[in-house]
Design a binder for this molecule. Structure first.
Ligand SMILES: Nc1ncnc2c1ncn2[C@@H]1O[C@H](COP(=O)(O)OP(=O)(O)O)[C@@H](O)[C@H]1O
Ligand SMILES: O=C(OP(=O)(O)O)[C@H](O)COP(=O)(O)O
Length: 400
């Protein structure tokens, strides 16, 4: 799958300023990184460039600050975990463009590593604005894209830079594409997909194509609530995108046409507060109290999902089934993850899962090592599965 240039084609790196786009959008609790998988997966590339004498300048986004600096989305709290994993101090630049970036880059010696502040602090990032791209490019001699998990975004740091600097795929980018192609290019059927999580608006559209590719689609997490609402159920105070009800109905109709079985929760664990150990009860999805939130699937839904996994030969999964960071609302995600892991270990299932929080959830369930393949990507992985060209990958190809 290497129809683009990789680090092997980049020539000598000694003294070169390498703009390395990584995905550091890791799960956090306060200032603590709760799952470092995304960091660990890019460390070999950081080390390789540094060992070859390049100056490693990390570009990354965090959260969705919508083009304005917001301290809650700063990358600074990630710095200590990043330095630990890289094995040496990583410097920090307070901005990714302008004087602050230029002076931080200017201070680098060969082999040093620098992290620049959140690219999404500037509106030009998500707009893929050529002027912003130029400002980013001013600090680099070459560009390496290692952020497969953000490659579905046509942003300045994921797509624009590949058009203005010599551009290469990083090792993780290569490995992700190779592994997904190998594991899912011609999957053994039946194929089951599980899509949950909280990024409902950005992921719901891709379900319409996904139902044509898979035999069963389990919809859980926050995503399920929008579908339950679309079916006329009262989801109380649950996370729910009511304005996407029509989209949900369209997806249900497309699934019927394509013979894709949709599995929605029949029961749910609900609570009145979004916090660990909040008082909770299991109710059917027809009886969600109007002042309560659905925070996990219920036991009946879990056993339906497990049964569907038993029928499948291939599983793809993005998005936890509930608010797994909060006990006991991790119950559904943990149980289903362990069931899928056991089937995988028994040789009955090929299981591929991805997404920042999904990986954290699998690790929380103790089965991160037991899936056939765990991708750092969630949305990007699903879009790749749909058969879409990812702008970040496409831009690298154009330079190939
Ligand atoms: N029913 C729910 N209500 C609120 N949040 C939920 C619910 N189910 C899952 N979530 C949240 O979804 C988040 C992960 O979603 P998402 O970012 O889409 O996944 P990923 O990072 O794996 O792609 C988790 O933080 C989890 O708490
Ligand atoms: O965490 C990410 O994606 P994911 O939640 O699909 O795994 C990526 O960093 C992309 O983030 P975005 O969905 O805010 O563009």
């Amino acid at each position: 799958m290497t129809d683009f240039r990789t680090l092997d084609d980049a020539g000598p790196l000694q003294g070169k300023r390498v703009l390395l786009r990584v995905d550091l959008n890791v799960p956090m609790e306060g200032d603590r990184v709760t799952d470092a998988t995304r960091i660990e997966r890019v460390v070999p590339t950081i080390r390789e460039i540094a060992e070859k004498g390049g100056k490693v300048i990390l570009l990354a986004h965090f959260g969705r600050p919508k083009g304005k600096p917001d301290p809650k989305d700063s990358l600074k709290p990630i710095l200590s975990t990043l330095s630990d994993k890289v094995g040496k101090p990583v410097a920090f630049g307070e901005d990714c463009i302008g004087d602050a970036a230029a002076s931080a880059v200017g201070a680098l010696k060969d082999g040093d590593v620098l992290l620049l502040e959140n690219t999404r602090y500037h509106a030009g990032e998500e707009k893929n604005d050529p002027e912003f791209t130029k400002a980013l490019a001013a600090n680099g001699d070459i560009y390496v894209n290692e952020a497969f998990s953000a490659a579905h975004r046509a942003h300045a740091s994921t797509e624009g830079l590949a058009r203005v600097l010599p551009a290469y795929a990083g090792r993780l980018m290569q490995a992700e594409l190779d592994a997904l192609t190998k594991g899912l290019e011609s999957p053994t059927r039946p194929v089951i997909a599980i899509v949950g999580g909280a990024k409902v608006a950005t992921k719901i559209d891709l379900l319409e194509n996904l139902v044509a590719k898979v035999d069963m689609l389990v919809i859980g997490g926050g995503m399920a609530n929008t579908f339950l609402h679309a079916q006329g159920k009262d989801v109380g105070k649950s996370l729910c995108e009511k304005d996407l009800a029509e989209t949900a109905q369209r997806i249900l109709a497309a699934a019927k046409e394509k013979n894709c079985t949709i599995i929605l929760p029949a029961d749910a664990l609900v609570a009145r507060e979004f916090k660990a150990n909040a008082e909770n009860e299991t109710v059917t999805v027809d009886a969600v109290p109007s002042d309560a939130m659905i925070l996990d699937v219920g036991a009946a839904s879990m056993s339906t999902i497990d049964g569907a996994i038993d029928e499948a030969r291939t599983l793809v999964w993005n998005g936890p089934l509930g608010a797994f960071e909060l006990t006991p609302f991790d119950t559904g995600t943990v149980a289903v993850a362990r069931h899928a892991a056991a089937r995988t270990k028994a040789g009955q299932l090929v299981s591929v899962a991805g997404g920042g929080d999904t990986v954290a959830a699998l690790n929380h369930a103790g089965v991160g090592e037991d899936f056939s393949y765990v991708s750092t990507a969630g949305g990007a992985f699903l879009e790749w599965l749909e058969g879409k060209e990812l702008p970040g990958v496409e831009a690298l190809r154009a330079k190939g």
